[in-house]
Every structure is written in C-alpha cells, then in structure tokens.
Write a new protein. Structure first.
Length: 307
C-alpha cells in the first residue's frame, strides 16, 4: 500500500537516543502507542491548575504546543513585521547582538525586540518519526469535505513542519548546533551528524513552502511592529506582547524619543499661546480650532503611545 508524502514522516532517521536498560530495547520503545513521555511534564489549564500528559489526550497537548491562532488572525499584515524568508542562523543572530530568550509559546517563536529573540525549543515529539506517523499524518476529511481538500489533522502537520523548517534554517552550521545545545533548544542526546541527516530528509522536497504553515513563510518578526498591528487592527490599546514590565524600562528604551517629543510639543504650545495673544490670530477661528486640537493631542498622544 502506497502513502502520499503528507501521510509519511518528513524524516526516517532516528534522532533521539533511548535508555535501553531502563525500558527495554529501543525498537519496542519506539513502537509504543503511548507517546506521552515525549510531551512536557505538566501543563497549566485556563483555571491555573496543573495537569500531566494523558495518553488519551495527546492531540490536545500537541494543539497547545503548536498554537498559532494569534498570528493567524493577523497573517495578512505579517509583511509589516517581517520579510518572507527563512530566519537567519543562530551564529548570525549573535552577530546582531541578539540574546536568545527561551519561550515555550509557538506564537512567540522568532519574535525579536530590545536585543532579544524568542526561540521555542524543538519539542521531543517532533524528533520521533513514529509520532509523526501516529499523530501528525495528513489525510482528507470524508464526505463532502473531501472535495475542499481539507485536512483531518486540522493544520497540525503544517505547523509542526513549519517549526522543524525554521530549525533547519536556524541550525545550518555546526557552530549553530553548539549554540542551540548551549541554550537548550535541542534535546541533549541529539548529535550533529544525526541532525544533518534529518535536515537532508526534511528539505528533500523541491519546494517545501506549500507544505508548511503560512506563518513560517516569514522568518523573524519584529515585536514593535507586531504590537502596532495588534494595536491598530486587532486589540485597541493592547499590543501583541507587553514590552515593558516597569516604567523604568519604558523610559530607558524611549528616552530620546520622549525628550524630543516633549520639547517639540512645548515649543508648539508656546508658539500657539503667543499667537492667541495677538489680535490677528486670537480672533481667527481656524487658528483657534488648530490650537484646541493640538492641545488635546498633546495631552492624549503620550498616553496612547505608551500602550
């Protein structure tokens, strides 16, 4: 029986090493139906309760790990925040003086700002071919949905492939590999030659972009522009991620901009005050309206900009 590429694992090389003395031989370990041990140790519910992986709800955990809904909501505007190209390798991120900040949220993966770039560590389950076969296979929905070429996996495979593709770009050289290991972005047992073989299989399709989630058509995304996108088109008065947790850090990052804006507003308000004191401009309705509008702007503008 033949399978389409979307039903097969994107690689066949065994990357993860298993302790054969603790849990039988490696082959039996890989054939287990329970992949919960490849998932995080615990997770937090919306009610702030802690739960542990359940073999019967593996897909629910995968959906949390691969959640990209916030970026999907503003996908048509992502060209403002980043360029349509793979992310640059980790060694080049170092040359750009960007600190690697570990995040477990996929919607923050490759988002950068203030000298830091968020990177989600590569989940163990994405390095296990059997997991792809059992839980990340792509097949058409039955019935009337089949004609629309919808996938029964709900886009999980595309998001998973996109994350794996981003790592193929981040870890291009052996120096990138060591940077990733030093920052705990890869499981410690992964070896360089095994990684090379995985990337070779992953990039074997001539054109991989149709196979991955559209978010990963873009590489690095600038946080300041994502905040503006959310502020203007999604959630007014609230950005994508809060950039400052203290007023001190806000003023430190924006001191030059705040100082120049304050001086400019003060000069304009002083000039308007002098103008209103003259006979020619004091009775001019257009100038009075302009003075009124700029006064309101000078009061509300800094408050809006702080968000």
């Amino acid at each position: 029986m033949s399978f389409s590429p979307s039903q097969l694992p994107p690689f066949t090389h065994q990357v993860l090493a298993y302790d054969t003395t603790a849990a039988g031989d490696a082959s039996s370990r890989r054939n287990e139906a329970d992949f919960a041990d490849l998932l995080p140790a615990s997770s937090r519910t919306p009610e702030d309760n802690l739960t542990i992986p359940d073999p019967s709800s593996v897909l629910a955990w995968v959906d949390v790990e691969l959640d990209l809904r916030r970026l999907a909501d503003v996908h048509e505007w992502l060209w403002i925040a980043g360029r349509p190209m793979p992310p640059r390798p980790l060694h080049q991120q170092r040359l750009l003086n960007r600190e690697i900040a570990v995040t477990e949220r996929l919607d923050l993966h490759l988002v950068w700002g203030n000298g830091r770039m968020c990177v989600k560590p590569l989940p163990r389950f994405l390095l296990e071919p059997r997991f792809w076969w059992e839980h990340l296979r792509c097949s058409s929905l039955p019935g009337p949905f089949a004609a629309k070429q919808l996938c029964a996996c709900g886009g999980r495979r595309e998001r998973a492939l996109g994350l794996l593709f981003s790592y193929a770009a981040l870890i291009a050289y052996e120096s990138d590999f060591h940077i990733a290991k030093a920052n705990y972005l890869l499981p410690q047992e992964v070896q360089w030659q095994a990684w090379r073989k995985l990337v070779e299989e992953l990039l074997s399709p001539e054109y991989i972009y149709p196979l991955i989630d559209p978010r990963f058509h873009y590489g690095e995304l600038r946080l300041s522009r994502l905040n503006k996108i959310y502020l203007l088109w999604k959630t007014p008065f609230r950005g994508y991620v809060s950039r400052w947790n203290q007023y001190g850090s806000f003023f430190q990052d924006n001191l030059a901009w705040l100082a120049s804006s304050t001086v400019y507003i003060a000069v304009v308000l002083t000039a308007m005050q002098v103008g209103l004191a003259t006979d020619a401009l004091g009775k001019n309705k257009a100038f009075q309206s302009a003075s009124y509008g700029f006064t309101v702007f000078s009061i509300l503008g800094p408050l809006v900009a702080s968000y």
